[in-house]
Design a protein. Structure first.
Length: 422
């Protein structure tokens, strides 16, 4: 009888403890929503890594939501700081893109997670430099991007071009040969402004040189007083007037540009390392294409870092950071090396033995440059990128003369500074 009472007592105690004791955090169900852009390179990689994480953490559900580039930017701008905001999101760096969400209060400072997980020792210095906004750390780098001019080997051959240009003069000579062969040198989509921006950026890098170019981007130099600004826009107008760009391209969506390359209508596209996977996804033979860096003669390459952020409204910041730690870990990055980009920020990752030669070329090319310059839509405030985009389009269409472009940009900068004294 006493034995039965003891057993009953133990059972009752166990039940009471089960009810009273809090459930461990590990057992609490957690749902994380991550927003990202729909890319061309291995679009299912997010699902694969999320599945790996959920397998290791059964209490966690990770939902990945994707949108196409510009639709994604607009949706995130509208959702940030509202109940519709995700737990985490992807963004580019710079004051114009990543900085917009930071300054609106939508991103969480994450220095404590850098200390907790040792992230400062995990990533390359170049990628870490992009994670800071207004002196605080907000981003977690997960992918490095570089940009250059892809070209169709068939188009170059048809035009009698035997080698990729290494100087600007050689590039112009190649353009003239392509025009003579009935091929538009550079495919272009002017809608949204960011594809034409890449050409404008490189022309400014070439004519202004790094110190002045950086000073203009930082709004420390007067755009109306630098002769190199007029020189850059004069070159941009030359590209339009000489047939180096397609007719009526300003209304063309950038997503339609590569079709003109495949069809032989255009020879080149100013795009990034991600297009290696884009060409394969489109069912084309990657061996029919190659790339070279826009020849600015400055020893800097067009470059940017893509990052993850934790929203300020999430109820699960620790779990979001834990997921990012898993994503960017050496084990995960090694497992999926080469499946979401050709260059990665996590240190110590070896390239797969079956990697495409052009992927290795991208990595080697970036390593060969001593510096980088970022795209204007990241380096300029959002409001001023609107000015930059409008002015380049107006120069191309003849609405604004090249010698007037700097003054127009500086006028808008003055207005911006007056409205944003901080």
């Amino acid at each position: 009888m006493k034995h039965s009472i003891r057993i009953l007592t133990l059972v009752m105690l166990s039940i009471i403890l089960t009810i009273v004791m809090p459930v461990s955090a590990q057992d609490n169900p957690v749902t994380l929503t991550l927003w990202t852009v729909q890319g061309t390179d291995s679009p299912d990689i997010f699902d694969k890594i999320a599945a790996d994480y959920m397998a290791a953490h059964p209490n966690v559900t990770v939902n990945i939501e994707r949108r196409v580039n510009d639709a994604y930017k607009e949706a995130l701008r509208l959702a940030i700081n509202t109940s519709a905001s995700p737990d985490g999101y992807f963004s580019w760096g710079g004051i114009g893109l990543g900085g917009f969400y930071v300054r609106s209060g939508g991103a969480l400072p994450i220095e404590k997670y850098y200390e907790q997980y040792g992230w400062a020792d995990r990533f390359t210095k170049a990628s870490l430099s992009a994670t800071y906004f207004d002196g605080k750390q907000y981003g977690i780098p997960f992918r490095i991007r570089a940009m250059g001019l892809y070209y169709s080997k068939a188009a170059f051959s048809k035009a009698g071009i035997t080698a990729a240009p290494t100087t600007y003069d050689e590039l112009i000579a190649a353009n003239d040969k392509l025009v003579a062969a009935g091929i538009t040198p550079l495919g272009m989509g002017g809608r949204f402004g960011w594809m034409l921006m890449r050409l404008t950026d490189s022309l400014l890098e070439m004519t202004c040189k790094p110190e002045t170019h950086d000073g203009l981007r930082a709004l420390k130099l007067d755009w109306s007083k630098e002769p190199c600004v007029t020189a850059a826009y004069t070159e941009l107008k030359r590209w339009a007037d000489n047939g180096y760009l397609p007719k009526d391209f300003l209304s063309v969506d950038p997503s339609d540009v590569w079709a003109t390359i495949y069809q032989g209508k255009a020879a080149m596209a100013y795009d990034g390392d991600w297009q290696v996977d884009g060409i394969k996804t489109d069912g084309m033979n990657i061996d029919d294409y190659d790339f070279f860096v826009f020849p600015t003669s400055t020893d800097r390459i067009a470059f940017f870092t893509e990052m993850f952020f934790v929203t300020s409204t999430t109820k699960n910041p620790d779990e979001m950071a834990k997921f990012y730690d898993f994503w960017t870990s050496k084990d995960t990055q090694t497992k999926y090396a080469g499946q979401f980009g050709t260059i990665w920020p996590t240190l110590g990752i070896e390239r797969p033995a079956d990697a495409l030669p052009i992927a290795q070329k991208w990595s080697d090319t970036v390593a060969s440059y001593s510096g980088t310059y970022g795209p204007a839509d990241q380096q300029l405030p959002l409001e001023l990128f609107g000015s930059y985009s409008r002015i380049q389009a107006d120069v191309v269409s003849g609405v604004v003369k090249p010698e007037e472009a700097g003054a127009q940009m500086q006028r808008d900068i003055t207005t911006y500074k007056a409205n944003n004294p901080s």
